[in-house]
Design a protein around this ligand. Structure first.
Ligand code: ZN
Length: 496
């Protein structure tokens, strides 16, 4: 890379240090900080975020970026240097369009809105949250207008999380998925009562679950010398470099499956971050290709690997050893059946692999229509319940378990939901390709040999970081353009 690019990288790395310090403050807030620290922590994070934003949209960045672009004008467009500069340019052009005052207004509003949302959810009363959501919609509409969009405001918001995909593309994908998902749900679920009920009885001590999940994430390749697992109210993955990638989980002593699968999910995210090349770390290439790609890695380990017969065969002796009395009357077959049960349920984060996507479809439709002004905020609970009935055959008893269940809208994360289903689609397409090139994958998983699968993901996905756009990366990895057919086939087959 030429000297001007090196100077730009150095400048961006300094801003990266600020972002990583913010991430560390946030990790601490969600894991160990005493509740009394909340107010000062919000100020600290707010201050550092403002500093990082101001530094990034400064004349210094522009000057260094233009110099590097000029010096690298003849670089191969496929080279790391050209791709790094293209990402830096894209990030810069987006960031400068959002005035610092608007960014601060959004940050302030969302921290307030999240508190209102928590109260409204506790009291199961959407009307308390409606004015805050109205304001959120106004703010994100302003962001969309500033960023610009090809055909509707939702395009601009979606593009922040999944570069290159349009709202119409997502709608077309769901048009294919919807009838198949409704049909598969009907076929595979035993009855249409509100589930899921807990099939387990007995106690699964948190300390034992902690040991077990650590063993599992280490077995699948999560490097604990460059990571650690803690507990938090909502499991997440964060990183402060590619050599310090942390995951969290939570333990429910009546459900051994929750922490097991959520740990595998987060470890899937962490394996991606740990697999990003050293030379990309803290540069515009040192991240996942998109949120959808990130989610494809977590879903692959959680669902495609973790719920397979082969994996249950491997983990069963460990499970039975860890919880001998609570799993006394269980068999690996029964465990496999239970963790693959399809049952319409009210809460997205508790949903099975099939119905999960219907929860996402509903949210995508509603946020798109709110943004386009076709649905008014006050109509949201009714619209929510009608669609729950139409897609899943069940209606929430109140707004707490309905329209108020997710944090996203209070955090102004509008346009984010589709990336969960895109993750499932990408995972299914990658999984199909992996199976074709690795005929012994099942036996390897059953024997606890996860390295061949991880190596495939390293070679075809992780090592490219953010060098390629999602569509390009998927095509390079699978030799095919994006197709929802693989997910439909996977869900139709049930668990294998
Ligand atoms: Zn995830």
């Amino acid at each position: 890379m030429n000297q001007a690019t090196e100077q730009l990288k150095h400048h961006l790395a300094e801003i990266g240090h600020l972002h990583r310090a913010i991430a560390l403050l946030d990790w601490d807030q969600q894991t160990y900080m005493p509740p009394g620290g909340a107010r000062a922590r919000a100020e600290q994070i707010g201050y550092l975020s403002g500093l990082a934003h101001a530094r990034f949209i400064s004349q210094d960045t522009l000057r260094l970026l233009e110099a590097a672009e000029q010096a690298a004008a003849d670089a191969d467009p496929e080279s790391d240097e050209a791709r790094l500069l293209a990402n830096a340019r894209r990030d810069f052009d987006h960031a400068v369009k959002i005035p610092a005052e608007l960014a601060a207004e959004i940050a302030e509003h969302t921290s307030h809105a999240q508190q209102i949302w928590q109260t409204a959810r506790r009291q199961k009363d959407f009307s308390l949250f409606a004015p805050a959501l109205d304001r959120t919609l106004d703010l994100v509409r302003r962001v969309a207008d500033l960023l610009g969009y090809p055909s509707e405001p939702y395009d601009a918001l979606l593009d922040e999380y999944e570069p290159g995909i349009r709202t119409a593309d997502v709608a077309a994908i769901f048009d294919q998925l919807k009838p198949a998902l409704v049909e598969i749900t009907r076929e595979r679920s035993a009855n249409r009562t509100i589930g899921p009920s807990n099939p387990f009885s007995g106690v699964f001590p948190a300390a034992d679950q902690h040991k077990l999940t650590l063993r599992v994430v280490e077995a699948i390749g999560y490097d604990l010398s460059r990571g650690r697992q803690d507990t938090s109210a909502h499991p997440f993955t964060t990183n402060f470099s590619r050599d310090d990638v942390r995951i969290t989980t939570r333990f429910d002593e009546s459900r051994p499956d929750y922490a097991l699968y959520s740990s595998m999910h987060e470890a899937g995210h962490a394996l991606y971050e740990q697999g990003i090349p050293q030379e990309y770390d803290n540069t515009p290439l040192g991240a996942a290709a998109s949120m959808g790609f990130h989610e494809s890695q977590s879903r692959m380990w959680e669902n495609f690997v973790g719920r397979s017969r082969a994996f249950v065969e491997w983990i069963w002796p460990l499970l039975a050893d860890t919880f001998p009395s609570s799993l006394e009357r269980w068999t690996p077959e029964r465990f496999h059946t239970e963790v693959n049960r399809v049952q319409p349920s009210l809460i997205r984060v508790e949903a099975d692999e099939v119905t999960y996507n219907l929860h996402i479809l509903l949210r995508f439709e509603l946020e798109r229509e709110m943004l386009n002004g076709r649905i008014h905020v006050r109509e949201l609970p009714r619209e929510w319940n009608e669609r729950m009935e139409a897609y899943l055959g069940i209606v929430p008893p109140d707004d707490g378990d309905g329209v108020l269940q997710d944090i996203h809208w209070s955090a102004a994360l509008i346009g984010y939901f589709p990336t969960y289903t895109l993750g499932n689609l990408i995972a299914a397409q990658l999984w199909h390709r992996i199976h074709t090139s690795m005929p012994h994958l099942g036996q390897q998983i059953a024997a606890g040999e996860f390295a061949p699968l991880l190596n495939w993901l390293r070679d075809h996905v992780h090592r490219f970081g953010r060098k390629y756009r999602p569509a390009e990366l998927l095509e390079r990895a699978t030799g095919e353009a994006f197709s929802p057919a693989y997910l439909i086939a996977h869900l139709r087959d049930g668990a294998v």
